[in-house]
Write a protein that binds this ligand. Structure first.
Ligand code: G
Ligand code: G
Ligand code: NA
Ligand code: MN
Length: 232
């Protein structure tokens, strides 16, 4: 599935984030919160990553060139040089410009082996692709990651959006992260925007790049033309 990241000021799609979904013949629809960790434990995540990336890069050929692909990598992917070299090979042979691709990493993904992850991030960035730090503010959020990684984007976790209209602490956290991103030249994206009230509050804090059910739920490949029409 694909869910847009939108510029809420300009009302246009900046990127489509690829999200894994699995319908099992035996179990029906299984949440990625279940099958992604299972695939990570069993060594199946990298084959899944590679199949999904191949499909997503193929789907991108039908998108306007201004729309990027945002793609989640798991800890196992980013800490394996073999996996990253395969990712780079797909990127450089896909026929789409690697500069249109953003790889989303979480901080937990970096913790296991930061040195290897950093070297692999350099391999990915050498293709022209971009790096986003996902779910910032959850888990092991560390300013040293912002200091020590060549980030292009920071995605602020939805936990700060839920109560942004009523909780001054959430507002100040978002305001500070927006200022930090602005100061260091990193694009800031706020996740989980569900209501007009939240969007207004975020707008007043200087946020424009957002993602959430207010703008669009994840859609299947077949739904992308309709989505593009809606934002045209
Ligand atoms: O799509 P949803 O919010 O249900 O995803 C649940 C979790 O699974 C999120 O943390 C999301 O980042 C993760 N996830 C979804 N798709 C992928 C994927 O293709 N690869 C990896 N590694 N994680 C994914
Ligand atoms: O970990 P990551 O940020 O990649 O997870 C993205 C997940 O968040 C997707 O599975 C998507 O379904 C979910 N999501 C996207 N927008 C919203 C939203 O507005 N509210 C909530 N609760 N979840 C969202
Ligand atoms: Na993500
Ligand atoms: Mn996220």
């Amino acid at each position: 599935m694909f869910q847009p990241v939108v510029d809420m000021v300009e009302g246009r799609i900046l990127a489509l984030e690829c999200l894994a979904r699995w319908t099992s013949p035996a179990l029906g629809s299984v949440s990625p919160a279940i099958f992604i960790p299972t695939a990570e434990r069993t060594g199946l995540i990298t084959p899944i990553t590679l199949v999904m990336l191949d499909k997503a890069l193929a789907a991108m050929r039908a998108w306007p060139p201004s729309i990027r692909l945002s793609f989640n990598l798991s800890s196992n992917d980013i800490t394996s040089q073999v996996a990253v070299l395969r990712i780079v090979a797909l990127l450089t042979t896909s026929g789409v410009s690697p500069s249109r691709v953003i790889f989303e990493l979480t901080e937990t993904a970096l913790l296991h082996d930061f040195g290897t992850a950093r070297a692999n991030i350099a391999l990915i960035k050498a293709t022209g692709a971009q790096i986003a730090l996902d779910d910032f503010g959850t888990g092991y959020s560390s300013l040293s990651h912002i200091q020590n990684l060549p980030l292009n984007k920071l995605k602020i976790d939805r936990r700060f959006v839920v109560d942004i209209e009523t909780n001054e602490t959430s507002r100040m956290i978002v305001r500070s992260l927006v200022a930090l991103c602005h100061g260091i030249g990193v694009d800031c994206i706020v996740e989980g925007v569900e209501t007009e009230g939240q969007a207004r509050a975020l707008g007043s804090l200087g946020c424009s790049a957002v993602q959430g059910y207010l703008y669009a739920r994840p859609v299947a490949v077949e739904g992308i033309p309709g989505l593009l029409d809606r934002f045209a």
